[in-house]
Design a protein around this ligand. Structure first.
Ligand code: SF4
Ligand code: SF4
Length: 238
């Protein structure tokens, strides 16, 4: 079961966290499979340089690249990182925490014209099977290329937030940041070793510290409907 206390989360080993991540992806795929979406292969208007993720998701990608003998992908990511890519100032759980305490969250600045994702090639994702959750949960009922925006059911937005919050929770000792920044951080063997040993220090410039869930961002109108999905997340066994 995914622990909802900081202490237990920090005790989980990396393999257990990766297993939880895989199971959460499976649950999410079942959830999103219930919606009629316009998303299809080679539709890539949403594949921008602004995607964010956790270190756990980055580690999963690195593991995939190692197995595939495709580590040179990291050079491509570093080379094609867009200078104006989105860099969050706080993690989603920190943001939820600040809002729940009536605090003043920092203003996040995102340039929608920051350019394409560095691993997008011929309108296809070279990491599709292990893409960040932020990509997986970006969906639309109508083609964004035609509408100019994503048409997302508000309940999907709520479920996305809850999944993102839990993903950060299981990686509470890690960092979050732009896809390129997390990948470049994990490109360093020293950083990877510190991460796998659970011995990361403070986040470097460009990344932010993760934290456990203290409050879930669920609007009142979705509290009943989301229960079956929360139950599935919380009953994950490793
Ligand atoms: S979110 Fe929009 S751009 Fe992305 S795959 Fe779906 S329809 Fe295409
Ligand atoms: S990682 Fe893949 S799915 Fe995500 S933005 Fe980049 S190309 Fe698109």
């Amino acid at each position: 079961m995914i622990p909802l206390s900081h202490g237990k989360s920090s005790e989980m080993n990396l393999n257990a966290k990766l297993t939880i991540l895989e199971q959460m992806v499976d649950i999410y795929d079942r959830f999103i499979g219930e919606f009629d979406l316009a998303c299809e292969k080679y539709c890539a208007h949403c594949c921008t340089a602004n995607v964010t993720m956790t270190t756990l998701e980055g580690y999963r990608i690195i593991t995939h690249l190692e197995k595939a003998g495709d580590m040179h992908c990291l050079e491509t990511i570093a080379r094609q990182s867009h200078p104006d890519r989105f860099k969050p100032r706080v993690s989603i759980n920190r943001m939820a925490d600040i809002c729940a305490r009536d605090g003043d969250p920092p203003e996040e600045q995102m340039d929608p014209s920051a350019g394409p994702c560095p691993v997008l090639a011929d309108d296809a994702c070279s990491l599709y099977g292990v893409r960040p959750f932020g990509c997986r949960c970006m969906v639309s009922a109508r083609n964004c290329g035609q509408t100019g925006f994503a048409d997302m059911d508000p309940f999907i937005l709520t479920v996305n937030d809850v999944f993102l919050q839990h993903l950060e929770h299981i990686d509470a000792q890690g960092f979050s940041g732009n896809f390129s920044d997390v990948m470049q951080f994990l490109d360093s063997e020293k950083n990877r070793q510190a991460y796998t040993a659970g011995q990361l220090g403070p986040p470097p410039a460009g990344l932010v510290a993760n934290q456990p869930v203290f409050v879930l961002m669920i609007p009142p109108e979705h509290r009943d409907r989301i229960q079956p999905w929360l139950k599935q997340i919380r009953s994950i066994q490793v």
